[in-house]
Design a protein. Structure first.
Length: 320
């Protein structure tokens, strides 16, 4: 009989405890909290959640209008799961709109959980830790100004290319010229120029095609360094074309230059071909960049009428 009584008491106690821990949703998108979270101050879970939101956003005013809120909040934020659900609900209701405001809500919860403050302590805390202002959406003018600054720094859609400027009295020693295309200047431009015919002659067993690529030897690397000319331009503004330095052309009737142009934000590749026609140099070039999917995006192509073309009227831009 006594054993049966103990079992009955255990069942009644277990049923009673299970009945007491009822969970409720305070907003549709947030975790549930115990229905009795704010029972000590006579509020159901949803009403208590609203009080928590008011305390976070207008703390000093909330305390002055309802001092009991201190006790209710201090008891409700004893565990992080409940606190997280209350903050989630405040975010759902639109009371918290930025990461800074969410961080402030956690700071408020920690204060009430750890200090069990008096009304004076709480008012002082909220005066010293005001609710962060809601970020204001930028006006269209502000956005345009930001875009202008961004493009001025990065170059936006601008690009540049290399060409040669020939003098009548020095046809074999033209000047290297850089030309800007676009509405934004380019900064810290590095140019790498390689004479492709000479490069191929000095490294004759160079693998052809990406599928045959290999690591070059130290001896080949030294040759590459010797055959590569580097130029640097701090800024290329909207003046158009800038002369850089004199350039001595090799004693050949056909010259192909592989040119790589880079800035801190962008990279372009240029194929520059020179041909002697009737004793005078003419030049053709193509500038491209590599897209997100490794595709070639041609930015500019220039081919004068007198430049040699294939049977289809095209220039072969392949190096191999």
């Amino acid at each position: 009989m006594r054993h049966g009584l103990i079992v009955l008491l255990f069942v009644l106690t277990f049923t009673s405890c299970a009945h007491e821990v009822q969970m409720v949703k305070i907003t549709p998108n947030c975790p549930e909290i115990p229905a009795t979270t704010f029972k000590a101050v006579g509020l159901d879970a949803r009403a208590g959640s609203l009080k928590f939101g008011q305390l976070v956003t207008v703390g000093e005013i909330s305390i002055k209008s309802d001092p009991q809120i201190i006790s209710g909040i201090s008891q409700s934020v004893r565990d992080d799961q409940t606190t997280d659900a209350l903050i989630c609900a405040a975010r759902d209701r639109g009371e918290l709109k930025s990461e800074e405001q969410i961080a402030h809500a956690w700071k408020v919860a920690r204060f009430y959980n750890r200090t069990n403050p008096t009304a004076e302590d709480a008012i002082k805390f909220h005066k010293e830790n005001p609710f962060p202002a809601t970020p204001q959406p930028r006006s269209e003018t502000d956005l345009k100004e930001m875009q202008t600054i961004r493009e001025a720094l990065s170059g936006g859609d601008s690009f540049c290319f290399v060409s040669f400027f020939f003098m009548s009295d020095a046809p074999a020693r033209p000047h290297v010229a850089m030309t800007l295309v676009g509405k934004s200047p380019l900064q810290n431009i590095h140019v790498r120029i390689v004479d492709w015919e000479r490069y191929s002659a000095e490294i004759p067993d160079l693998p052809k095609g990406k599928e045959n690529a290999r690591t070059i030897s130290s001896a080949e690397f030294k040759k590459v360094q010797r055959l590569t000319k580097h130029l640097h331009l701090p800024i290329l503004g909207l003046t158009g074309t800038v002369m850089l330095e004199p350039w001595t052309l090799p004693d050949r009737d056909q010259i192909t230059y592989q040119i790589d142009i880079s800035t801190p934000y962008q990279e372009y590749h240029q194929h520059l071909k020179l041909r002697k026609v009737n004793g005078e140099w003419i030049q053709a070039f193509r500038v491209l960049k590599i897209g997100l999917h490794e595709e070639e995006i041609v930015l500019r192509e220039y081919v004068p009428d007198a430049f040699s073309k294939d049977q289809f009227g095209k220039v072969n831009w392949l190096y191999f």
